[in-house]
Ligand binder design. Structure first.
Ligand code: DGJ
Length: 740
């Protein structure tokens, strides 16, 4: 039993954690404890000690020691004496914003059901290791019901939370804020860890000590965004990759979000996460309900790697489509950086033929195949082939690619519209804009109003036709701008604040319909690279284009940060041309592959023009990747030496098979060091009692020795003195480790 109920107290237990809460004096839910597992027998009374504080609002005249500002809560309200930021706010029909929810009862469900029109975790009812608790509260005055949902995933040490509001009364209500979860921790001695960035440098790691007051990250772009990830971790000061306590929170949502930490004057740390209340409002008419997205919460006492493994296992077992998550992902070639918009059928077929001869499995035709699209000013929305470029049509090209023995993939940007398009002439009203205000372009394009059912239907028909015509194997779904002038011509004034969330629901609906109608099509999500790398997208599209930045050195930081939450099977990683198109850096073909192996490998350069020696190298790379594909895509990924530590000159990481018999580590050096210090590389995740060999290293080692002492790393000049052509800037080395 992972959920133990004692009277009005609840004990949610995973393999290594406990989460305790109970009903408070005012009928709301109080938070007692979240951390290492306590077992079945708990002294709840100790969590209910109350103390008098002067000049503080009290619950009633008689209960002078019950002050809401001193009490840790589960889903806090504002207006009855707790002046911290709440988890929700409702406006009632008289304009008041004071709620008085009272606990009613609870239900326990075996397994975890899906949420319906939102991406969500799931587990079958006969899964012995997953249970869901629904705690029901009622606002008697208005008839508003609130259900707090907690799914307990024992094996992954994960608790998934969400809230459901249902108006069972007779008056119109409005939700001004409805976050997914709130948690009050009993002290503030944590660092806040976040993943922030920009285009081409997504998910860089930032760590800062908590301080009194509010610290938050958020998105107001209506995309989870490259700028901030819907994630945060709270770690003890001494927590490292391999050791120490850390809480991780991640939102399964792709739109505006808020991830906030508030430290109050009593050192209590309140974490709240969910849809950003800014640019949000929801009319809750009688007999309607509102469901928040889900938050994943985990606690680990074995460092950031421990937290990441919980996220990786959870996403793999319970969120990403089971149809795809463990399926070997094809090695792909993408024509974007090879041709940009300048291609014809012959050029593409030359690339495809070379791809086949190198061992590549999937050919992806990127932007520029439709309408009159020869640059980024035109044709978004017109998803019909450009016959000037592809005179034999899409099917002509697709058939030839299939005949070569390759899979065929296509790029779409479904959510966008160009002013220069047939669609815009026909349906200007489908564009998100305010009629009497300026329209702000970005990448010369505008955004379709995905809150309109007819827009979603139109895109479904367009994309479905292309899938049927080409027997398509793969879709890259791109999204290259954020939304400005947020307004829908189809919504009444009082519902305009619903547009950001309704837009995301429309995106999810299109994904749901396409993935259900065409279950054999593999989807990769993309947003100018990794601008929408989130669990909401991964629910539909099992892989995401991690970043437009394919420079191997920049990728160390990007892939390191991304791996904080997401497993390697989700990260598209390509070998591209040098000088690199984003930062002009020149790295060796070997280094580029040695970084890209740790993800879903692809190539994105004109391979038809490669020198024979380079082609031979690529053949070997793809052979190597396929030999260890399962390990690279499904193994346990462990971060060893951080590119964010010290001068960041050395990064290392590794991936270990489930049975700990095979592992591959990568060690990367940014700049060569003359006469360097003494160096060793310590591994992790191996079986201490097994003996291992390492290709290229003499002798055998116990797993214990490899993890505790590591191996000697010689100065690179000595080691490769024979290779006069080798540069030791941007150097990479792989270690293939096998149990004897
Ligand atoms: C942005 C993507 O990240 C690129 O990979 C490419 O698909 C371009 N868009 C095409 O416009």
């Amino acid at each position: 039993m992972s959920i133990i109920v004692t009277g009005h107290d609840f004990n949610l237990q995973t393999a290594h954690t406990s989460y305790l809460m109970g009903v408070l004096e005012n009928g709301e839910m109080g938070q007692y404890y979240y951390g290492p597992r306590l077992g079945d027998k708990v002294n709840y009374a100790d969590f209910r000690h109350r103390e008098f504080r002067s000049v503080t609002p009290t619950l009633t005249e008689a209960q002078a020691d019950v002050t809401m500002s001193m009490i840790k809560q589960e889903y806090p309200s504002y207006g009855h004496g707790d002046f911290r930021y709440p988890a929700y706010q409702v406006t009632y029909d008289n304009g008041a914003r004071i709620s008085e929810f009272e606990y009613q009862d609870y239900e326990i469900e075996d397994g975890k059901s899906k949420l319906g029109d939102l991406p969500s975790a799931s587990a079958a009812a006969d899964d012995q290791h997953v249970q869901t608790l629904h705690v029901h509260l009622l606002e008697k005055q208005s008839g508003l019901q609130l259900t707090l949902n907690y799914s307990v995933f024992e094996d992954e040490d994960m608790i998934v939370r969400s809230a459901t509001f249902a108006n069972t009364g007779t008056t119109d209500l409005k939700l001004n804020a409805a976050l997914s979860a709130s948690l009050d921790l009993s002290d503030d001695q944590y660092d806040m860890v976040q993943l922030s960035g920009a285009w081409a440098r997504e998910r860089h790691l930032y760590r800062r000590p908590l301080t009194r007051g509010v610290q938050a990250i958020s998105s107001t772009r209506n995309a989870s965004s490259a700028q901030q990830s819907p994630f945060l971790a709270l770690a003890r000061k001494q927590t490292t990759e391999q050791a120490g306590d850390v809480y991780g929170f991640n939102l399964e949502y792709s739109g505006n979000f808020l991830a906030q930490v508030e430290v109050d004057s009593y050192n209590v740390t309140r974490v709240t996460m969910g849809i950003n209340p800014f640019e949000f409002g929801w009319q809750l008419k009688p007999r309607t309900r509102f469901q928040t997205p889900e938050v994943m919460m985990t606690f680990a006492n074995n460092g950031f790697n421990g937290m990441s493994h919980n996220f990786h296992r959870f996403l793999t077992n319970h969120l990403i489509s089971q149809r795809w998550v463990k399926k070997p992902r094809p090695v792909l070639i993408n024509n974007w950086e090879a041709t940009y918009f300048d291609f014809n059928e012959q050029k593409l077929l030359d690339i495809a033929k070379s791809a086949k001869s190198l061992g590549i499995e999937l050919f992806v035709l990127d932007d520029g195949w439709f309408g009159k699209r020869n640059d980024d000013h035109t044709s978004l929305g017109d998803w019909q082939v450009n016959l000037a470029k592809l005179p034999n049509g899409l099917s002509g090209l697709a058939n030839k690619v299939h005949d070569l023995g390759l899979q065929f993939g296509l790029w779409f940007e479904p959510e966008m519209i160009s002013k220069e398009s047939k669609l815009y002439i026909k349906h200007p009203e489908w564009t998100i804009h305010v009629p009497d205000r300026r329209m702000t372009p970005a990448r010369n394009q505008f955004v379709l109003d995905f809150s309109r059912q007819e827009v979603v239907d139109y895109l479904f028909d367009q994309i479905a036709a292309a899938i049927r015509e080409t027997h398509l194997d793969y879709i890259k779904w791109d999204m290259n701008r954020h939304i400005t002038e947020m307004f829908s011509l189809a919504l009444p004034a009082e519902q305009q604040e619903e547009l950001p969330h309704r837009y995301i629901l429309g995106v999810y609906q299109l994904y749901e319909r396409l993935t259900s109608a065409f279950p054999n099509v593999l989807f990769e999500s993309c947003s100018s690279g990794g601008g929408r790398f989130d669990a909401g997208m991964l629910y539909y599209a099992p892989q995401t284009w991690t970043s437009d930045d394919t420079d191997a050195i920049e990728r160390l930081k990007i892939q390191w940060g991304t791996s904080m939450i997401y497993p390697l099977s989700t990260m598209g990683a390509h070998v591209s041309a040098v000088p690199n198109h984003q930062d002009r850096r020149v790295t060796s073909l070997a280094t580029r592959a040695d970084v890209a192996y740790f993800g879903v490998l692809g190539y994105e350069l004109d391979i038809s023009k490669m020198a024979p020696a380079e082609k031979a190298t690529v053949v070997e790379q793809i052979k190597f990747y396929k030999q260890y594909r399962e390990l690279f895509q499904q193994g346990t990924f462990i971060r060893l030496q951080s590119p964010y530590d010290g001068d960041g000159n050395v990064t290392s990481w590794m991936v270990v098979s489930g049975d700990q018999t095979t592992a591959i580590a990568g060690r990367y050096q940014v700049l060569a060091e003359p006469n360097p210090g003494y160096r060793r590389l310590k591994f992790a995740g191996l079986n201490p009692d097994l003996q291992y060999t390492i290709e290229g290293v003499d002798g055998q080692f116990s797993g214990q020795q490899l993890m505790s002492a590591g191996i000697f790393i010689p100065a690179l000049f000595d080691e490769r003195a024979d290779n006069k052509m080798h540069t030791f800037d941007f150097d990479a080395k792989l270690y293939v480790i096998k149990a004897v």
